[in-house]
Design a protein around this ligand. Sequence first.
Ligand SMILES: [Zn+2]
Length: 202
Amino acid sequence: MFKAELIEKAARWRSAGDDAGRDLQSCPALVLNADYTPLSYYPLSLWPWQTAIKAVFLDRVVIVESYERQVHSPNLDMKIPSVIALKQYVKPNEFPAFTRFNLFLRDRFACQYCGNGKDLTFDHVIPRRLGGRTTWENIATACAPCNLKKGGRTPKQAHMQLSCDPIRPTSWQLQQQGKSFPPHYLHETWRDWLYWDIELEA
Ligand SMILES: [Zn+2]
């Protein structure tokens, strides 16, 4: 059978069960790189089951583990993959994108002045009016009260101490940070592929 036809089929697949689609939506596949480490930790690399099955038919991934649940087509029954691995290694970018989310992640979702985790905002360490730029090296996570207190001053002028100097993290460093924030839900078949201490966290 032609691949395109198989893919078309995958799109039309239905679960045998009653309220088909809905339940199936909660069967995402954990995506591993070709070295069997997660493609991404934070957010965890997960694909909807339809995408996972398409990738199987496109011969881009291997199935590592499966759910008990099956999907059915006229010609084929198939267990839904729960863990898949890319056949071709994807080299991670050395540096992550400069986004608000990644910046919070670098700072572990805590104010860099007082450690508070609520009402988080971004602080220009060297204020903009003094020429401070919006870069990894000049933006720190700050809670709203600290941001207000600091105002348009440098930390020194405001007598406020950063817990660590802002740096541009590598993707690897950011991923390491992400491991401290595991997702709320982890399917049992994913655990072998994630963190050593997952049993402790679960
Ligand atoms: Zn604060």
